[in-house]
Write a new protein. Sequence first.
Length: 146
Amino acid sequence: MEEQSLKAQSISSQNDDIRCDPFISKLLERMPNDVSDSFSEKQLSYLKTAIGARSWGQHRVDLRGTIGLFHWRYYFVFLFGRNRRELSRLENQLTLWGKAAFLTLFLSVSTILGLVILYLLKSAAGIDIFPNFSFGLWGWFQEEFL
């Protein structure tokens, strides 16, 4: 018997606190007083559950605000987080093309940089592969950096 009364007291204390909840208080502030006073505690708790239960609402960066210009007000939203949605076929193809382009660019730049470094090392060691021919890279490097 006492256990049931303790449960009833805890439920009633939770219901008493529902109007103090930040989400509910913000919601009620946007309504006229006669409308906000008409909600029961049970209705408010269900409203909080229904509106607040967004699976897409968790973001690492969630910036929201409004900007007033003259007599208009504009809102902005900047969300950043991990994409948990299923990708469409087009999105999957674009992702693969993007990865392929990035890998191609990375390998091309790395290869060119490696060849330049090898050429500079060859020239620094005094090795002449083609007699009387130079790209001028070693001369430029010496003037600029040595």
